[in-house]
Design a protein around this ligand. Structure first.
Ligand SMILES: CC(C)(COP(=O)(O)OP(=O)(O)OC[C@H]1O[C@@H](n2cnc3c(N)ncnc32)[C@H](O)[C@@H]1OP(=O)(O)O)[C@@H](O)C(=O)NCCC(=O)NCCS
Length: 175
């Protein structure tokens, strides 16, 4: 699916360009990011981000600051959108992750989507805190969900938010 450019107050979400590959690999090899996004190479950046059709670049002040992924479920009977994201450490703790989620989810609700899920590692406390502040709730533990650097499996936390939770839209400043 082709995603449009979506503008927020401090950032924009836009389709990836080939020139994003270098900055994205730089972010994905930062220790704070690769702790949770394991094993990224130039080939994976191309296949999973710049050429995937599922990713939007988070652009802040003209810089590629991270990426947000949208995976709409194909079966209309179980309609929902799975979301993943990462931000470079330079932009942490300024609610840019929350703003990116709000921009994307408000757009998706306007398009008729109604349920959104995130699945952070159970130990990823900054991510869980950021998502809860925004209004996501804890659904339950996904056992042995993520393959770690050492070959072990770690649990994930399924979190969700539905359109009826946010009748006035999602505000990244809330929480
Ligand atoms: C998760 C992520 C998207 C959150 O984005 P963000 O814009 O930094 O989020 P917020 O500014 O809303 O901060 C979230 C909360 O965690 C805290 N926090 C953020 N980064 C932190 C860090 N490295 N260590 C400790 N606390 C941190 C913030 O203080 C905030 O909590 P508080 O306001 O109650 O103190 C971003 O940190 C990130 O990309 N991390 C690396 C990759 C990742 O974990 N992706 C998510 C996979 S599901």
């Amino acid at each position: 699916m082709a995603w449009p450019v979506l503008s927020g107050e401090r950032m924009m979400l836009r389709p990836p360009a080939d020139s994003d590959a270098g900055p994205l690999l730089g972010i994905l090899t930062e220790p704070e990011v690769s702790k949770w996004w394991v094993g990224y190479t130039a080939d994976r950046v191309r296949d999973e981000i710049t050429e995937s059709g599922n990713a939007l670049i988070m652009e802040i002040g003209g810089h590629c600051a991270g990426a947000l992924f949208l995976y709409p479920h194909e079966d209309a009977e179980y309609e929902h959108v799975v979301i993943h994201l990462f931000l470079g450490a330079h932009w942490y703790r300024q609610r840019y992750g929350a703003e990116a989620l709000a921009i994307a989810i408000n757009h998706l609700v306007a398009q008729g989507h109604h349920r959104f899920t995130l699945d952070p590692n159970v130990h990823n406390e900054p991510a869980i805190r950021s998502y809860e502040r925004l209004g996501f709730g804890r659904v339950g533990v996904l056992r042995q969900y993520q393959l770690r650097h050492d070959g072990s499996w770690e649990d994930g936390l399924l979190m969700d938010l539905v359109a009826s939770d946010i009748p006035n839209g999602l505000d990244w400043r809330s929480g």
